[in-house]
Design a binder for this molecule. Structure first.
Ligand code: SF4
Length: 325
């Protein structure tokens, strides 16, 4: 299904009710029938320090309104151990582009978490060399998140002034060459995004043979340049994209921690999560950050991850078994 770009465009453009009846319900059922259940992942933002200036991100180097923190390996591993104690077998380690962290420390963090018994470790900590990605893989990283954010090179270069599109695509290729699985995707409906560009984004995800689509709608973060250009992305469009991706790539993981009508609920909005699950999404995150630091991991305002209790509630409401990995 969705073998051609024209089919993707047709699905993006059709009335929502028709889309729901033709694709969305089918996508949710396809995932339910796979028997894979809801994937629970523990997430740790181990540093919110970033050298980059992405115009849409609250953690950009220019934003002096957030307190910065960095957890070195000993402190970070105490937090990841708490995730293991809760029963999580999958871990997502994420940071800003924190060059001061030290690559050896990053390797120690990854191998330490692997020794704690995590079966699957995903990382998102920026652009490195092929050799460094290989070392991360050897240390125990299974998957690397390198989002292309937007497949339109002009948009990318404007919104990501600390890198450029060709460098990002080279980093993506290096991740693939390293032997780690590649997670990649777009921001949906940022100011200036069009349906044509979304179709290109979806095609790029297929071409890259991604393992996980960490896709979210655009959520404006205060004190960022892009927040001056437009409001939050369409909740309908993210559901369309999730359903298309599920039908196009039945094996792919797709972020189910999606926002809903009330922006204050962030990625933990129960109805937003349920709607995403109904469209075929399957991955939920619980935050390992202490409450005192959770708000400082400020990629968007009101990040609010679903958490273990909500995952259990979503499992009951959706009828999908919760898989701790
Ligand atoms: S998106 Fe990532 S690299 Fe860009 S400013 Fe935010 S934390 Fe830094």
């Amino acid at each position: 299904m969705f073998d051609t770009r024209a089919e993707i465009m047709e699905a993006l453009e059709m009335p929502m009710e028709e889309f729901r009846n033709t694709f969305l319900i089918k996508a949710g059922e396809l995932y339910r029938d796979s028997g894979r259940g809801l994937m629970a992942v523990a997430m740790l933002g181990y540093s919110n320090i970033c050298r980059s200036q992405c115009l849409y991100c609250g953690m950009r180097a220019g934003n002096s309104s957030i307190p910065r923190y960095r957890f070195g390996p000993p402190e970070a591993l105490k937090l990841t151990q708490a995730g293991r104690d809760l029963g999580f077998g999958r871990l997502f380690l994420i940071s800003g582009e924190d060059m001061g962290y030290g690559f050896e420390n990053l390797l120690a963090l990854v191998s330490g978490a692997k020794d704690q018994g995590y079966r699957q470790i995903s990382l998102a900590c920026g652009e490195f060399t092929l050799e460094q990605y290989r070392q991360l893989r050897e240390a125990g990283a299974d998957e690397y998140v390198m989002k292309f954010e937007m497949s339109d090179a002009e948009d990318f270069n404007r919104l990501n002034p600390s890198t450029d599109f060709s460098r990002r695509m080279a980093a993506i290729e290096a991740v693939k060459k390293s032997g780690m699985k590649l997670a990649s995707g777009n921001i949906v409906d940022y100011p200036g995004h069009t349906l044509d560009k979304i179709a290109d984004d979806i095609e790029l995800m297929r071409k890259l043979e991604i393992s996980w689509a960490p896709v979210v709608p655009y959520m404006p973060a205060p004190n960022t340049p892009l927040a001056l250009e437009g409001g939050r992305g369409s909740l309908e469009l993210i559901l369309r994209e999730i359903a298309i991706l599920r039908l196009m790539m039945p094996q792919v993981n797709i972020t189910a921690g999606q926002p809903g009508e009330d922006p204050k609920n962030g990625f933990g909005d129960r109805q937003g999560n349920l709607n995403a699950i109904g469209a075929g999404a399957n991955v939920l995150f619980a935050d390992l950050l202490p409450v005192s630091k959770a708000d400082a991991f400020f990629v968007v305002e009101n990040r609010n991850l679903p958490g273990l209790q909500q995952m259990e509630a979503l499992s009951k409401l959706s009828g999908l078994q919760l898989s701790m990995g």
